[in-house]
Design a protein around this ligand. Structure first.
Ligand code: UDP
Length: 139
């Protein structure tokens, strides 16, 4: 069943550089409602579990190290067609390939340190939201 929610993380690079406010502003201005949000830090085990699908990829170790090096903003966002529209808003994984005006084009520095996560399917949005939030934290 299609849902109208997606899950996002403002990654450690975006938080370190002080981009939380600007990115949330762009997310709001693009019509997403914040359903849940918190500042948190992933443990090594959290990051390995969250990104388990990539565990055989050569960048896996680096990805886990990056995602655990500082706090992130985790959030659930609501909008019609949320998953697809949010992927459009953030742009391609590699900021060099991201469209002008997208969040990654503006704030990402490399394919690894790319500022923001967005779920790639409704099913993953649900799994990732439950990974970070309890039901009572969603509004
Ligand atoms: N990643 C990386 N090197 C790569 C590809 C991906 O470090 O060559 C990292 C990057 O942070 C990316 C995450 O792994 O956001 C997950 O990769 P995926 O292909 O799922 O990209 P996304 O869905 O985040 O655009």
């Amino acid at each position: 069943m299609a849902t109208n929610r997606t899950f996002t993380m403002l990654k450690p690079d975006a938080v370190e550089k002080g981009h939380i406010g600007a990115i949330l502003e762009q997310i709001n201005a693009s019509g997403f409602r914040i359903v849940a949000m918190k500042l948190t830090q992933m443990t090594k085990n959290d990051a390995e579990t969250f990104y388990a699908v990539h565990k055989e990829r050569p960048f896996f170790g680096e990805l886990v190290e990056f995602m655990t090096r500082g706090p992130i903003v985790a959030a659930i966002l609501e909008k019609e067609n949320a998953v697809e529209d949010f992927r459009t808003l953030i742009g391609a994984t590699n900021p060099e390939e991201a469209a002008e005006g997208t969040i990654r084009k503006k704030y990402a520095s490399s394919v690894g340190e790319n500022a923001v996560h967005g779920s790639d399917s409704d099913e993953n949005a649900e799994i990732e939201s439950s990974f970070h939030f309890a039901g009572r934290e969603m509004f």
